[in-house]
Design a protein around this ligand. Structure first.
Ligand SMILES: *[C@@H]1O[C@H](CO)[C@@H](O)[C@H](O)[C@H]1NC(C)=O
Ligand SMILES: *[C@@H]1O[C@H](CO)[C@@H](O)[C@H](O)[C@H]1NC(C)=O
Length: 389
């Protein structure tokens, strides 16, 4: 640095002592001005005809011109992936490209996330009966040991841990269920259900709908409101940008490959574990409503349906969805849920926009829902009579 400075000063000094510069004949001054003006005009003309594409040029030719000239610039290069993102993406790509090993005895894993006993075991028993060998049941009971009514649920409990509403341990419980269900290589599709969920169609319908679908039913949409992007934290940068933040119901179904990808993810998992939780920075981020939607929309957006096959009624726009009592459970209610063929997403901004889109199953418009919630235990008998599996 020092050397360079010295050299510059030296050469400036040289200019100063050039002989004759102080004694120009006065007559030549107008020509000198004309030449300078012409040269500058020519420069400006060139700049107009051949717009420069550098910041320096932009700065030199007025600040107003910058915006216009800016349109000529190529779009800013995409952010360079971090090492963790590169690792994550190669693993995901290879899992997705792996030829799927078709089991001779493909099963659906029904994974129940519940505090204790399941009030609708009797209904599920009717649903499963006669289809032995085509399903497996897993129960994650986070509070107390369930009392079972149905043989399909006996000894199907997995090791479980505390689950609090809104807390990240909900995601851990979901991953634990997936891990246990993945141990059986015959399980090809994985369904997450709660104690207040009931089936809306018979077993064959559900089995064919899920097994022959070319995607996972993970709910996903953009919610610009306070309960959507308002929960995003810049601490998730650089891997999770706000434009990539998504919302969706936690009740998913997943193909085996997607369940494996969930097991393989540590990058996005840790971002959500650390920066999406109630109370962080005054936000109320509910990880189970954001982690899977955001994760899949980043790594395999075309592989998810963007709706949940478990129906829930948010139309009252309260903090919790509508829960059905016995008097609500009618033939019309069930018929209505079974035949809806467009998905509805309600955003949490002031307008509360309703986003409607057809449910496309392998490109064909079909009913969206296989299951529904939330039903009070008192509705059991009425559901058994009306559904009549
Ligand atoms: C789901 O939404 C994403 C955009 O977030 C889109 O790229 C993808 O195609 C959608 N999936 C389906 C099956 O329509
Ligand atoms: C699923 O099938 C539909 C219809 O053939 C097709 O348009 C869509 O791209 C497929 N999606 C995937 C993830 O293969």
């Amino acid at each position: 640095m020092k050397e360079a400075k010295g050299w510059r000063l030296g050469s400036m000094g040289d200019i100063k002592i050039l002989p004759g510069s102080r004694h120009r004949p006065p007559l030549k001054r107008p020509i000198w001005i004309i030449l300078t003006v012409s040269f500058v005009s020519l420069l400006l003309l060139c700049a107009y005809l051949y717009p420069p594409n550098g910041d320096v040029a932009c700065y030199v030719f007025s600040s107003k011109g910058c915006k216009v000239l800016g349109n000529w610039l190529p779009p800013a290069p995409k952010r360079e992936f971090t090492d963790d993102e590169i690792i994550s993406r190669v693993v995901v790509r290879d899992i997705l490209n792996m030829p799927t090993v078709q089991s001779k005895n493909p099963k659906i894993a029904f994974m129940f996330l519940t505090p204790g006993s399941l009030p609708f075991e009797k209904l599920w028993d009717m649903f499963f009966r006669g289809h032995e060998g085509r399903f497996s049941v897993y129960v994650h009971a986070s509070k107390e040991k369930p009392v079972h009514e149905s043989r399909y649920f006996l000894n199907r409990e997995i090791r479980s841990s505390t689950v609090q509403w809104g807390a990240f341990n909900m995601v851990d419980a979901e991953r634990r269920l997936l891990a246990y269900a993945l141990k059986d290589s015959d399980n090809e599709h994985f369904v997450l259900l709660s104690d207040s969920c009931v089936p809306m169609h018979n077993f064959d319908y559900v089995y064919n709908y899920l097994m022959h679908a070319n995607m996972s039913f993970v709910d996903c949409f953009v919610d610009p409101g306070p309960h959507g992007n308002g929960r995003y934290s810049v601490r998730m940068l650089p891997e999770v940008e706000e434009k990539d933040f998504r919302k969706g119901s936690q009740w998913f179904t997943m193909k085996r490959q997607h369940a494996l990808i969930v097991m393989a993810d540590s990058l996005y998992y840790s971002r959500f574990r650390d920066y999406c939780k109630p109370g962080l920075d005054g936000k109320n981020c509910i990880a189970d409503e954001h982690y899977f939607p955001t994760f899949f929309s980043l790594i395999d957006p075309g592989g998810i349906a963007n709706w949940s096959v478990t129906h829930v009624d948010w139309s009252e726009r309260k903090w919790h969805p509508k829960s059905y009592r016995t008097q609500d459970v009618t033939y019309e209610l069930l018929r209505n849920i079974m035949t809806i063929d467009q998905k509805t997403h309600i955003t949490s901004n002031d307008k509360g926009d309703e986003l409607l889109q057809p449910c496309l199953w392998n490109g064909i418009r079909r009913p969206c829902f296989l299951f529904a919630r939330k039903f009070y235990p008192e509705t059991l008998d009425k559901l058994v009579t009306l559904l009549n599996f």
